[in-house]
Design a protein around this ligand. Structure first.
Ligand code: PEP
Ligand code: MG
Length: 620
C-alpha cells in the first residue's frame, strides 16, 4: 500500500505557498464559492447560457445584420426540426398527452409576432441574436410574471424552453462542435443542467464553475465522477468572466481566480501538475484488496452515469457498481430510448463494469432534473418533495415497465468475470417512502417477468433493492426490510430531507451537512437495523467518498460503499490505516459531540493522526 509519496510531500509544501500566492492577487480577481469536486485546474473560460445572464449586452455592426438574421433563422430551423422529431417519437412511445408540449413549442417557434420581435431587435436595434432572445424572455416575463394565471405562467416557461433550445443552437459550442472548445476548457455557467454535463464528457473540460448549485447537485456529482475540479455557488461569476479569459478553479477550498497574474498562474500550474501526479499515484493501488488495517474486507464500489464511468470504475479499482444512475441515459437522449436501446446500453455497462457487478437504479427524474417527454415538474412549489422518481414512474406504467424489462433482460446476458464468476445485476428503486410503494414495485417486477416469459425473451434474476433517502423510510426501516433484498442509503437526499435544507441551495449549505449529529444518529440506526436483519446495506451518497464520513460509517458497521470512481483509490488507501475498533471509538466520540463543526474538527484531527501522509485528502 502507498505510504509516503513524492506527490503528497510536494502538495504539503504547496499549501502554504497557495496562501502567499493568492494574497498577492487583487481581490476582485479572486472569488469564493463552494468546493464541490477536488483538484486544481487552469484553462480558458467558456461561458454558457449567457443569454439569460447578459441580457441585451451584445451589439452587432450594421453590416452584420444579414448574417445575424441568417444565424437566427438557422437556429430556428434546427430547433423546429428537433421539436418535430421529439413530438413524433414521444407520441409513439409515451402518448399524445406527453407529446403535446412539443406542438406548443413548434407553434412558438413559428409565431409571427414573436419571431418578428426578434428580427426587429436584430435589424433595427442591432442586437445580437442571443441578446435579442434574452430581451424576448425579459419582454414576456414583464407581461406574464405579474399574472397569477397558471396557464399564462406556463406559457412563459414554454418560451424559456424554446429560447434555451434556440440559444443552444446559436451559441453553444458544446452542441455545435465549434472551435471554441479547444485546449483546456473551464466551463462557466449559471447552473449546469445534467444533460449539458453529459455532453461535456467528450470535450477537454478541465474545470467547472457554476453560479448556482451545491455539493450534491448533479453537475457536482458528475464533475466528481469524472475527476473534474469544480466550484459552485460563485455568485455573478458570469458577469466577471468572459469566454476566452484564463481561469483557475481550485476545487480544494472553492476559490476561483479570473485572469490571474503570471506569478499566481505559475504557482497554480505547479499545483495542478501535483494533483494529477497524486491522483495517478494513488490509482496504482487499483489491484490491491480493499481492507482495513485489521484486515476486514470492504466493498468499495463506484457510482456511475454511463459506460465511460464504468470503465473508469475499473481503472480506479472499484469492486463493482453500487449505483448506476440511469437518468443520464434519458437526459443525454433527445427522446425516449426504446426498450431495445436501453437493454443494449445496460448490457454494455454490465459488460464494462468491474466484476460485471451492477446495481441499476430506475429513473430518478424530477427534483433538479426533468425530461420533457415525461411531463413537467417545474411548476411544483417544492419539486424535490413532489412528483419525482418512482412517484413519476408509477404514473407512466408502460414506460416504467419498459425500463424494468430492459434491466431484467440485461441481467439475463451472462458475462463471466476473469475469475469465472457470473455477472450480478440488481435493481434499485429510488425515493421509496412506504410499504405500499414497495408492494406496487414488486407487482411491476412480477408483471415485467411475466411478460418476458410469455414473449420467450431471456431475462435474469435480480436482487430487489430500495434506496433509503426519505426520512420516513429511514425511521420505519425495520418494517420495510423484510420486503426487500438489499438497501442502499442515498445520503444526498436523506440529508437534505432530514435537515430541511435544499441540497442545491448554497444559502443553506451550512445546514445540508452529512456530519450533523441528527444525520449520524439516523444513519447509525439504519445500518444497525440492516445488519441485525442480515440485509446487505450500501451507502451510495457522496459522503461515502469523504474521509471524515467514511470513518464514521465504518464504525457504524457499514462494509459496502459506493462513491464517485475518482474517490475509490484514496478511500482504499485511507481504509488501510484504520482498524475497526478505532473506527468504533471515533464514532462513539462523534456521537457525543453536539455540533457538526466539533464533529468535523474531531474527525479531522483523528484522521491526521491515523494517516498523516494523506493530509491533502483529509483536508479537502
Ligand atoms: C442520494 O440521494 O444520495 C443518491 C445517491 O441519489 P441522487 O444523488 O442521484 O439523488
Ligand atoms: Mg437521491
Amino acid at each position: 500500500m502507498l505510504r509516503e509519496s513524492g506527490g503528497i510531500g510536494l502538495l504539503l509544501n504547496m499549501e502554504s505557498f497557495t496562501c502567499v500566492a493568492t494574497s498577492k492577487v487583487e481581490s476582485k480577481r479572486m472569488r469564493k464559492g463552494i468546493a464541490v469536486s477536488p483538484g486544481v485546474a487552469i484553462g480558458t473560460a467558456y461561458c454558457i447560457h449567457e443569454v439569460f445572464v447578459h441580457p441585451g449586452r451584445e451589439v452587432i455592426q450594421r453590416q452584420d445584420i444579414a448574417a445575424e438574421l441568417a444565424r437566427f433563422e438557422n437556429a430556428r430551423k434546427q430547433s423546429l426540426h428537433d421539436v418535430r422529431l421529439l413530438q413524433t417519437k414521444v407520441q409513439r412511445q409515451i402518448g399524445k398527452e406527453a407529446a403535446a408540449i412539443f406542438s406548443t413549442h413548434e407553434s412558438i417557434l413559428q409565431d409571427p409576432a414573436l419571431v418578428g420581435k426578434v428580427r426587429t431587435w436584430i435589424s433595427q436595434d442591432l442586437f445580437s441574436a442571443p441578446a435579442a432572445l434574452a430581451k424576448l424572455v425579459e419582454y414576456y416575463q414583464g407581461i406574464f410574471h405579474k399574472s397569477r394565471d397558471e396557464y399564462l405562467r406556463e406559457r412563459l416557461t414554454d418560451i424559456r424552453d424554446v429560447v434555451e433550445r434556440l440559444s443552444s443552437f446559436l451559441s453553444d459550442a458544446l452542441q455545435t462542435g465549434s472551435d471554441a472548445l479547444t485546449g483546456s476548457v473551464i466551463v462557466v455557467a449559471d447552473e449546469l443542467l445534467p444533460s449539458q454535463v453529459v455532453m461535456l464528457g467528450s470535450k477537454a473540460v478541465h474545470g467547472i464553475i457554476t453560479q448556482a448549485g451545491g455539493q450534491t447537485s448533479h453537475a457536482a456529482i458528475i464533475a466528481r465522477s469524472r475527476g473534474i475540479p469544480a466550484v459552485s455557488g460563485v455568485t455573478h461569476i458570469l458577469r466577471q468572466a468572459k469566454t476566452g479569459d484564463t481561469v483557475i478553479v481550485d476545487g480544494r477550498d472553492g476559490h476561483v481566480i479570473v485572469n490571474p497574474n503570471a506569478e499566481v498562474l505559475a504557482a497554480y500550474r505547479k499545483l495542478e501538475r501535483e494533483f494529477v501526479d497524486l491522483r495517478d499515484h494513488l490509482a496504482h493501488n487499483r489491484d490491491q484488496p480493499a481492507i482495513t488495517a485489521d484486515h476486514e474486507s470492504l466493498d468499495l464500489m463506484a457510482n456511475i452515469n454511463g459506460i465511460g464511468d464504468a470503465q473508469s470504475a475499473v481503472r480506479m479499482g472499484a469492486s463493482g457498481v453500487g449505483l448506476y444512475r440511469t437518468e443520464y441515459l434519458y437526459l443525454a437522449h433527445t427522446s425516449v430510448p426504446s426498450e431495445q436501446e436501453q437493454f443494449e446500453i445496460y448490457r454494455d455497462v454490465v459488460n464494462a463494469a468491474p466484476n460485471h457487478r451492477v446495481t441499476i437504479r430506475t429513473l430518478d427524474i424530477g427534483g433538479d432534473k426533468s425530461v420533457p417527454f415525461l411531463g413537467r415538474t417545474q411548476f411544483e412549489a417544492n419539486p424535490f418533495m413532489g412528483w419525482r422518481s418512482i412517484r413519476l414512474s408509477f404514473e407512466h406504467p408502460a414506460f416504467f415497465l419498459q425500463q424494468i424489462r430492459a434491466i431484467l433482460r440485461a441481467a439475463g446476458t451472462v458475462e463471466l468475470t476473469d475469475e469465472g464468476k457470473c455477472s450480478q445485476v440488481d435493481i434499485l428503486f429510488p425515493m421509496v417512502t412506504n410499504l405500499e410503494e414497495l408492494r406496487r414495485l414488486r407487482a411491476f417486477m412480477r408483471k415485467a417477468e411475466q411478460q418476458l416469459r410469455m414473449e420467450h425473451k431471456p431475462y435474469g434474476k435480480v436482487g430487489f433493492g430500495m434506496m433509503v433517502e426519505v426520512p420516513a423510510a429511514a425511521i420505519m426501516i425495520d418494517q420495510l426490510l423484510p420486503a426487500v433484498d438489499f438497501v442502499s442509503i442515498g445520503s444526498n437526499d436523506l440529508v437534505q430531507y432530514l435537515m430541511a435544507a435544499d441540497r442545491d441551495n448554497p444559502k443553506v449549505s451550512h445546514l445540508c451537512q452529512p456530519l450533523s449529529p441528527a444525520v449520524i444518529r439516523l444513519l447509525e440506526s439504519v445500518v444497525r437495523a440492516c445488519n441485525s436483519q442480515g440485509k446487505p446495506v450500501t451507502l451510495c451518497g457522496e459522503m461515502a467518498g469523504q474521509p471524515q464520513a467514511f470513518v464514521l460509517l465504518l464504525g457504524m458497521g457499514l462494509r459496502r460503499f459506493s462513491m464517485s470512481p475518482a474517490f475509490v483509490p484514496s478511500i482504499k488507501e485511507l481504509a488501510s490505516h484504520i482498524s475497526l475498533p478505532v473506527a468504533k471509538q471515533v464514532l462513539a466520540s462523534a456521537m457525543r459531540q453536539k455540533t457538526n463543526r466539533k464533529i468535523h474538527r474531531m474527525l479531522t484531527e483523528q484522521l491526521l493522526r491515523l494517516a498523516p501522509n494523506l493530509r491533502p485528502i483529509i483536508m479537502q
